[in-house]
Ligand binder design. Structure first.
Ligand SMILES: *Cc1c(COP(=O)(O)O)cnc(C)c1O
Length: 803
């Protein structure tokens, strides 16, 4: 432990030499990072032990958050801030000639997630601990997180990611808490003591080893646990080819699936899902029994939240444990299970709703399949009683139909709460996608609009802006982000707006410097930084953005005196490796960027930067430098978005559609705080249901649209005819599923308006400040507070033993 700078320095030097086996002069930044990391983890450990002890003795209900992804990024600096030792450490290191930023560079991003869903889970962990709530994360320790993206010749190339290369300083492996997970084999039933019992025979076992990662709350002594499971060969491999068995076992936690919207349909993915659920439930039940719980009261003391349907097997798995191990009746087990599990839906895209073919599922998980079958039978019987004769409805709602298991249906039937992630998304679920279920279970549906932790996305990512805010309104906003609203008192304060402007300028210069170092491109830091960062997906419409840039280029070609305020368009996006169309769009962005950079007139106004390998730590550099936030998904398709919230909190102004949480941003900042364009969700859904949209009409009747679309393939772009024909086809012959051409004109108009407002400095800065001032609502502290109160029924358990 260390309490001041000198004590820290001594302890650090000693630790550094002990760990590296080198004299100080010989050590390198990675040695420094490892030494500091271990010191910080030890610093946390007393509070961690005490927090766990509090939870063990507490009678309070506990929640377990099961998620197939946790996109943590780097955690060193966040830990320093939350533990309140940031200044001591930074200054101590600085005395030794070590910049903290240099150490931070050494920490690999823990990229155990694809995008929004995984980052949400990480933000939730921070808020749970900061609110002193008894909430534990359960996930998978993938040996390789999301692939590393390289751009070669404008194409995305995927490389395996190696975050564990130098070991993971934050984790603690707990061999004594390992559990065995059964796969394959067969089930035998017996009639014993007047009841039917089941045994799972000839199973192949896989050992699940927990690695615990501490999650420190903000200066409150609470340290929660994120438990990540790793698959290893069981010591009892039951007579077979040992090497093959070992390889297949370790494969379960080898890779994160690089996909966030399509069902991969891989048996390995199903293994991962059951592995996570079965290991987590074993540990949850053990902890509950150790707390001397009586199994019948389980649902009063434990809540299990499933983040999307990936962990939905928690439902049949809990049933299995209650019936096979605790000998409860089906009815008793169902009563407990359906009062314990709650479910968050993250998408209405039908291709992203998970389904598993029975022929894959049944042999891999024989006992679980039996239970799912019985859940389905009983569920269908209930439906039959409610809707006698309505076969069509029952078929639509069944959990198993046409030899497919529908995971979302299982999730809704077996949980007591189903929430969407933004107001609009929840309404669409209730009124459309899940309408049958909403009619049957109206009481289960509720909304919890997503949030982001302001401690990472503002306090940590933007220390300059954080100080400006604290100087103006005090630092209570860190505990109560709603207090940011007090900034609205400065909307017309010229001197304050000036300072805000200077801070943004400084971060833009920093980012420009980084781009120069990494990509040898000089970008103009006085231009508008127009930022589009998120996974590459057709519905997120990076295509609309790049087509509009081509249109701006055309305007310059037509009229060499046409001038607009210079813009730097910044993209960051990974495409799923098998997502051909998304990869074409990455190539298109690069091809257009190259074309424009060769035109001496156009490049004065337009620059395009594609940042390689978009990830959490890169987001933390881009977001504070952003002027404009592109949130231009086809309305109704983005469930919430959280990138929109991060950018808003850092004073970027949104150019967006009325989709996901953009709608709620609009409600907070009003018409003068955001640039809204395009079709509404209702209009999109009406077109989809009733037809009436013909993209060819937009193509043929709007000269400027026809021109950019033709330019994809007419030789304007090198190799366009081969490269971009699939994009051309999707827009014209494929009837433009995502309404890119339909929204084109209104997008161009709003972008022009945004450019004009940007030049009225005080008006723009005031708009920017308004976004910061009303961003407190989008803190995940608010979101988690609502989950805790309205779904989980949990209360804070302060760590009274905190040192
Ligand atoms: C926040 C975040 C996302 C989600 O962005 P959206 O714009 O909401 O899709 C994805 N990836 C990373 C690295 C993030 O930090």
């Amino acid at each position: 432990m260390f309490s001041d700078r000198d004590e820290f320095k001594l302890a650090f030097l000693k630790r550094l030499e002990m760990m590296s086996g080198k004299g100080f002069q010989e050590t390198n930044p990675n040695d420094h990072f490892m030494a500091l990391g271990h010191m910080v983890r030890e610093h946390i450990s007393m509070d961690w032990i005490n927090s766990n002890e509090q939870y063990r003795i507490s009678k309070n209900k506990q929640v377990y958050y099961l998620s197939i992804e946790f996109l943590l990024g780097k955690v060193l600096v966040q830990n320093l801030l939350n533990l309140g030792i940031y200044d001591v450490v930074k200054e101590g290191l600085s005395d030794l000639g070590i910049p903290l930023e240099e150490l931070e560079e050494m920490e690999p991003d823990a990229g155990l997630g694809n995008g929004g869903l995984g980052r949400l889970a990480a933000c939730f962990m921070d808020s749970l601990a900061s609110l002193q709530l008894p909430g534990h994360g359960c996930g998978i320790r993938y040996r390789h997180g999301l692939f590393e993206q390289k751009i070669v010749d404008g194409y995305q190339v995927e490389l395996p990611e190696h975050w564990l290369k130098n070991g993971h300083v934050w984790e603690v492996r707990k061999n004594d808490l390992a559990v065995e997970i059964p796969f394959w084999g067969r089930v035998e039933s017996h009639f014993r003591d007047g009841r039917l019992t089941f045994s799972h025979l000839d199973a192949e076992y896989v050992t699940a080893i927990p690695y615990d990662v501490p999650v420190a709350g903000y200066k409150n002594g609470t340290v929660n646990t994120l438990r990540l499971w790793s698959a290893e060969a069981s010591p009892y491999p039951a007579g077979r080819d040992i090497l093959k068995y070992k390889r297949e076992t370790e494969a379960i936690t080898e890779f994160l699936y690089p996909d966030d919207a399509h069902d991969e349909g891989k048996i390995l993915r199903l293994k991962q899902q059951y592995f996570l659920v079965s290991a987590s439930l074993s540990a949850i039940i053990k902890q509950y029994i150790d707390r001397k719980g009586v199994i019948n009261d389980f649902a009063d003391h434990v809540c299990i939240h499933i983040n999307d349907t990936h962990p939905v097997l928690a439902i049949p798995e809990l049933m299995r444990i209650l019936i096979d191990r605790f000998s409860l009746s089906w009815e008793e087990a169902w009563d407990i299970t359906s009062k314990t599990i709650c479910y968050t839906n993250h998408t209405t895209l039908s291709e992203a709703l998970e389904k598993w073919p029975v022929h894959l599922f049944k042999p891999l998980l024989p006992r679980i399949f039996m239970i799912v079958e019985e859940i389905n039978e009983r569920f269908c019987k209930e439906l039959w009683e409610a809707y006698p004769g309505d076969w069509e409805r029952i078929e639509r709602m069944a959990i198993i139909s046409h030899s497919q298991i529908k995971m979302a249906h299982l999730a809704i039937a077996g949980s007591f709460s189903v929430n969407g992630v933004a107001h609009l998304h929840t309404e669409i679920l209730k009124e459309r996608e899940m309408n049958d279920f909403h009619q049957f279970y109206p009481f289960k549906f509720n909304n919890k609009t997503n949030g982001i932790t302001h401690r990472r996305w503002l306090l940590k990512a933007n220390p300059e802006l954080s100080s400006l805010i604290s100087n103006a309104i005090g630092d209570q906003w860190i505990h109560h982000p709603d207090e940011l609203e007090r900034l609205s008192g400065f909307l017309n304060d010229g001197a304050f707006l000036q300072q805000l402007d200077m801070i943004k300028q400084k971060r833009k210069e920093q980012f420009a410097k980084r781009i120069w170092e990494k990509q040898q491109i000089a970008i103009d830091p006085t231009s508008i930084f127009d930022v589009h960062i998120k996974r590459l997906h057709a519905y997120k419409r990076q295509l609309l953005n790049i087509l509009h840039i081509m249109h701006l280029y055309n305007r310059i070609q037509d009229d060499r005196s046409f001038k607009f305020y210079p813009r730097t368009f910044i993209f960051g996006a990974k495409a799923s490796p098998g997502y051909y169309y998304a990869k074409k769009i990455i190539k298109l962005i690069h091809t257009v960027a190259d074309k424009i950079s060769r035109d001496p007139v156009a490049r004065e106004c337009i620059q395009i930067i594609f940042t390689e390998n978009y990830r959490v730590s890169l987001a933390e550099e881009i977001i504070p430098a952003a002027d404009i936030s592109e949130q231009i998904s086809t309305a109704s398709k983005e469930a919430s978005g959280t990138g929109n919230m991060k950018l808003m909190m850092n004073g970027a102004v949104t150019v967006g559609t009325m989709d996901g949480a953009n709608v709620e941003i609009y409600e907070k900042v009003g018409t003068n705080g955001i640039f809204i364009f395009g079709l509404t969700a209702e209009e999109v859904l009406r077109y989809q249901q009733q037809g009436g949209y013909h993209s060819a009409e937009y193509y043929h009747h709007h000269e400027e649209i026809k021109r950019v679309v033709d330019q994809l393939v007419d030789g304007f772009l090198p190799d366009g005819a081969e490269e971009f024909l699939p994009i051309f086809d999707s827009l014209v012959d494929g009837n433009d599923q995502y309404f890119v051409l339909r929204d084109f004109a209104s997008y161009a108009a709003i972008q022009e308006k945004a450019g004009e407002v940007y030049q009225k400095r005080d008006e723009w800065l005031s708009m920017s400040l308004k976004n910061i001032a009303y961003s407190g609502y989008f803190s995940s502290d608010r979101t988690i507070g609502q989950y805790a109160e309205e779904i989980w029924g949990i209360h804070p358990v302060p760590n009274f033993l905190a040192k």
